[in-house]
Design a protein around this ligand. Structure first.
Ligand code: ADP
Length: 495
């Protein structure tokens, strides 16, 4: 049978319409209904209602039929149809009982809800993913309506506070109850302030879990303003930072202890050096007097002893001074004045200091820096000079008689100035090379053979690195060493 309504309207409706008798025989379907099932209208009319209904829905269908008989209508409810290709199509349907020429008929409207089901599934999937991610990250989320006190807490938010998800009502009062009494007032007033000022709520506090366990949490929230004042709410995250806090506090304590120990060490060194220097100066002074035989003639043996006392005293004094220098560096008390410095100019200043030493050992100085006179580096002038002086002195001390020192300049084209000081001396055995920059390590040298305390290069390395540069060397035992320092070029001026 055809409905007595406007047929054209039904034909054009995007919602499926179907009429069937009480046995399930379809007597009318509109094109939208046929399309849901994938059949043409005539094909659909060949089908019985039960042929397009999966077996597992039959009981549910029966209940809807009962409702239809009782109250004259059914639905809306959701079920599935069997598509022509065998697939299931999720639909929402509702209907009424009509009477046509004393024949009872069911008039149903059917809506394909495949897309809604898909998006609901996607939503459920992303919610499950989010919950899993929160669990893995230990990060909970929450929202709070400050006016109604209503809140939403994610599962992880519950767990952080020591509850099973959903165990208590997510309300501001239950949040307040969880806060440690020492933090409660502060946290709630910070929360209110953040609401009032629309600023970020960001705080760390202690909470007490239902079992009595105390945890430290970090909460962050942002106010989201609704259309009216009453609609404004805050949404945010919460993280359990108890373990991180324990480590942080331990680090702070360790740092404080180290600082105290360092201060004690500095004090000790300052006192010690004072205590040592006073008698050392006396030893050096008196042995000088004895060496000069001011108060009378000394026999050769005593003169030799006086010289030994004097040089040992000098050596000890140098050691004490070096220890103090190193200590100053380690405390970074050394303040730097970084400026544009020309290595060439520094070299000119150094030469008078080392000339005498070079002459004594007949060492020839060869400058291979031609063409780089205008190169400048960004360094502290005094410290840079100290470093170069140390390397030069070593190149003389550890050279052979009649040896040579070559001064070189490399890498300028690459924007880096590498100053090299190469000697033709005794070199450093490869097994000892790793210890060259170690404090007080002289690689087996005795003060009586070559004067030194084994600290010059340690200080040089500290200084170079403090100025942002690098220091290194290459050496071959018996052939010589090439020490270098490297700094970025300040300017490269054309000649
Ligand atoms: P010092 O010269 O007072 O011993 P340094 O710290 O300047 O202390 O040098 C550390 C050690 O490195 C020296 O004792 C020496 O054994 C070695 N060394 C440094 N420069 C050279 C060099 N140019 N040739 C060979 N050995 C060197």
């Amino acid at each position: 049978m055809e409905p007595h309504f406007n047929n054209l309207l039904f034909e054009a409706l995007p919602i499926g319409l179907a009429i069937c008798d009480m046995e399930g025989k379809l007597t009318y379907v509109n094109p939208a209904f046929a399309e849901i099932l994938g059949y043409s209208v005539p094909e659909t009319l060949e089908l019985s209602y039960w042929e397009i209904t999966p077996i597992e829905f039959e009981q549910q269908e029966q209940e809807q039929l009962n409702s239809l008989k009782k109250i004259g209508r059914y639905g809306p409810y959701e079920k599935e149809y069997i598509h022509k290709d065998g697939q299931r199509i999720p639909v929402r349907l509702s209907g009424v009982l009509i009477n046509d020429d004393n024949q009872e008929l069911i008039w149903s409207s059917v809506e394909d809800i495949s897309e809604q089901v898909l998006s609901q599934e996607a939503l459920r999937f992303s919610e499950a993913n989010l919950a899993e991610a929160q669990k893995v990250a230990g990060l909970g989320s929450w929202t709070l309506n400050i006016f109604s006190g209503e809140a939403y807490w994610s599962d992880q938010r519950y767990r952080i506070f020591g509850y099973e998800p959903g165990e208590v009502e997510p309300t501001i009062n239950n949040f307040k109850k969880s806060l440690h009494p020492d933090d409660r007032y502060r946290v709630i007033s910070e929360l209110m302030d953040a609401f009032k000022t629309q600023k970020i709520f960001n705080t760390e506090c202690q909470i007490v879990q239902p079992g009595g366990g105390e945890r430290t949490i970090h909460i962050v929230g942002k106010t989201v303003q609704g259309d009216d004042q009453k609609g404004s709410y805050m949404s945010g995250t919460v993280m359990d930072i108890t373990e991180r806090k324990i480590v942080e506090n331990e680090l702070i304590r360790a740092k404080e202890e180290a600082e105290t120990a360092n201060q004690t060490k500095s004090k000790f060194l300052a006192n010690m050096s004072h205590e040592l220097r006073t008698p050392l100066n006396a030893i050096i002074g008196f042995s000088d007097t004895m060496k000069a035989q001011i108060f009378g003639h000394l026999n050769d043996k005593y003169l030799e002893y006086a010289e030994d006392i004097n040089s040992s005293g000098q050596h000890l004094l140098q050691l004490v001074n070096d220890i103090l220098d190193l200590e100053k560096l380690e405390n970074e008390r050394t303040k730097l004045r970084i400026e544009e410095v020309s290595p060439k100019k520094i070299l000119v200043e150094i030469i008078p200091y080392i000339n005498e030493l070079m002459k004594e050992r007949h060492i020839k100085f060869v400058d291979l820096c031609d063409g780089h006179e205008n190169v400048a580096v960004m360094v502290d002038k005094i410290k840079f000079k100290q470093v170069l002086l140390n390397i030069f002195t070593n190149a003389i001390k550890y050279n052979i008689e009649d040896g040579k020192i070559f001064l070189g300049c490399e890498g300028v084209d690459m924007g880096i100035t590498r100053i090299t000081i190469e000697d033709t001396g005794i070199g450093i055995h490869k097994d000892s090379q790793a210890q060259v920059f170690e404090a007080f390590n002289r690689l087996g040298f005795d003060d009586a053979v070559v004067k030194g305390t084994g600290i010059g290069l340690t200080i040089s390395k500290h200084l170079v690195e403090l100025m942002g540069g690098r220091i290194g060397f290459e050496s071959t035992k018996g052939k010589g060493s090439k020490f270098w320092v490297e700094f970025p070029c300040a300017t490269v001026k054309e000649l």
